[in-house]
Design a protein around this ligand. Structure first.
Ligand SMILES: [Zn+2]
Length: 485
């Protein structure tokens, strides 16, 4: 990114914006909780950033420390921190940036779902009427004779596209959160505002895999004359040498300074297990394994850590994880982050769905469809929490599951095949939530939060740190049983 920013600076005047979610579930975030990121953004010369929901993952205290270190304004016009001392006065509705001798107003805002997706605590309020909040700030800037205004959104592309027709005076909208990859004709996507003026809306995918470059020209009185551009694909994702950019030496040096602690963190004991955590193929792909049990327990626990998700959507007590996503074991003793990355290597993230009993039966049928007396070792074999089920391998495919019970927060209740009630909140991973390992039934279910961005390895890390020493046990949640006679 630094290389692209430097190159663009060589061509003309540049406004560098970051649309948020700098805290994401990787080992860098686990190690530094944003402190390294604050340095990188400052070194990159970012002019302003919108706060993302993940910036609240470690609570207001950690975010406050990040903002203290950040050398650029963090924006969120719809974030009210007046009752949260750790953040009050550190987040701004907008910023003014001088570019090419002109003053550009940047108005930031965040997803109104942030309390459901992160842990901002009880004292931070997220104003939900985005159109009113953003327009109010735009009007204030206009009265201040700021004629060029950029919206900086962490609300998602769909929200951005719906919002523009309700706004007046925003010239460009730069967004994040939905990881939308706009290319070709879609970059930028023009949406007509309240006055019938076309507003370019852009977003540049996620995880620094692309840098969006938008070339804009304005008239003397601040009217947008043109907006053209394309995302630049970075690093290993570049398709050929013409799009490949070399690492920036200064930025690489800075990253290397921080890398040592990350590598050290990898090998640091983050907890202790009193038992062998069994992720062997023979175990995890043919029956409940204690590691599979713990992974699913951790996923349910993690959802319960978010501030408001269950208030809005009801309790989440049920988990289903494909055992193919679990690729190793951990010996009794110390557990390191390296162990967790080896066990859960795919960077998959939590996804939350609403399923019917009928859909759950189909999902479990898919899970045991190729069981073959425990010798099939299918990747789709399920590890579960909050579910007890029996299946009979002698039956035909898609007819093997005999009984299913679901935990309702207090007790297990039997649910019937083909039933549409009760609705069951299910936490799973984004891979099978999108139909991976033939779980197409989950892809077609109601997706409450298909992309929470919280990775499985960081979920297990947090869980083990919270509960160490751990000693998960296998119980009777998955039983192979054929009716006799
Ligand atoms: Zn986000």
């Amino acid at each position: 990114m630094a290389t692209v920013v430097r190159r663009e600076r060589g061509k003309g005047d540049v406004l560098v914006l970051d649309a948020g979610d700098e805290f994401m579930g990787t080992i860098w975030t686990s190690t530094y909780q944003g402190r390294a990121t604050a340095s990188f953004l400052s070194e990159l010369g970012v002019d302003a950033m919108a706060l993302g929901n993940h910036e609240f993952d470690f609570g207001p205290g950690v975010l406050g420390a990040f903002l203290d270190k950040l050398a650029l304004p963090a924006l969120g016009a719809n974030i009210d921190t007046s009752r949260e001392p750790a953040l009050d006065g550190k987040i701004f509705p907008s910023a003014k940036v001088e570019v090419a001798g002109r003053t550009v107003g940047v108005v930031g805002f965040i997803s109104t779902d942030t309390p459901l997706q992160s842990s901002p605590g009880e004292n931070v309020e997220f104003l939900t009427d985005l159109a009113a909040v953003v327009q109010g700030e735009v009007d204030r800037l206009r009265e201040d004779n700021v004629t060029i205004i950029v919206g900086l959104s962490h609300a998602g592309f769909g929200v951005d596209v719906d919002l523009v027709p309700r706004l007046s005076g925003v010239d460009v909208l730069v967004g994040g959160h939905s990881h939308t990859r706009l290319e070709g004709e879609a970059y930028p996507t023009f949406v007509e505002d309240r006055d019938g003026v076309g507003v370019p809306v852009v977003q540049a995918f996620w995880a620094a895999q692309t840098v969006g470059v938008l070339n804009v020209t304005f008239s003397e009185d601040g009217a947008l004359l043109s907006a053209t551009g394309a995302p630049v694909v970075l690093g290993a994702n570049a398709s050929d040498a013409t799009t490949f950019v070399d690492d920036d030496a200064d930025m690489s040096g800075l990253i290397d300074m921080y890398r040592g602690d990350v590598d050290a963190f990898r090998h640091l004991a983050i907890g202790h297990t009193d038992v062998f955590l069994d992720g062997q193929v023979d175990s995890v792909r043919s029956n409940a394994s204690n590691l599979g049990v713990m992974v699913c327990d951790a996923m349910v626990w993690k959802v319960k850590q978010s501030t408001g998700f269950e208030d809005e959507f009801g309790d989440v007590d049920v988990c289903l994880q494909n055992s193919g996503g679990i690729t190793g074991s951990v010996d009794e003793g110390e557990v390191t982050f390296d162990d967790l990355i080896r066990v859960l290597p795919f960077g998959n993230t939590l996804a939350i769905l609403k399923v019917t009993p009928a859909e759950l039966y189909i999902a479990l049928e898919n899970g045991v469809r190729r069981w073959r007396g425990g010798q099939g070792h299918p990747e789709e074999f399920p590890q579960v929490t909050g579910i007890r089920f029996t299946f009979c391998d002698e039956m035909a495919e898609w007819e093997k599951v005999v009984t299913v019970e679901v935990f309702d927060g207090e007790k297990f209740e039997a649910v019937t095949r083909d039933a549409n009630e009760p609705a069951i909140n299910l936490v799973t991973n984004n891979f099978i939530a999108h139909g991976g390992d033939n779980y197409t039934v989950l892809r077609d279910a109601v997706q409450l939060f298909p992309t929470t961005g919280v990775t499985l390895d960081s979920t297990l890390l947090d869980y083990i740190m919270a509960f160490s020493p751990v000693s998960p046990e296998v119980d009777d949640r998955i039983q192979h049983a054929c009716a006799t006679g």
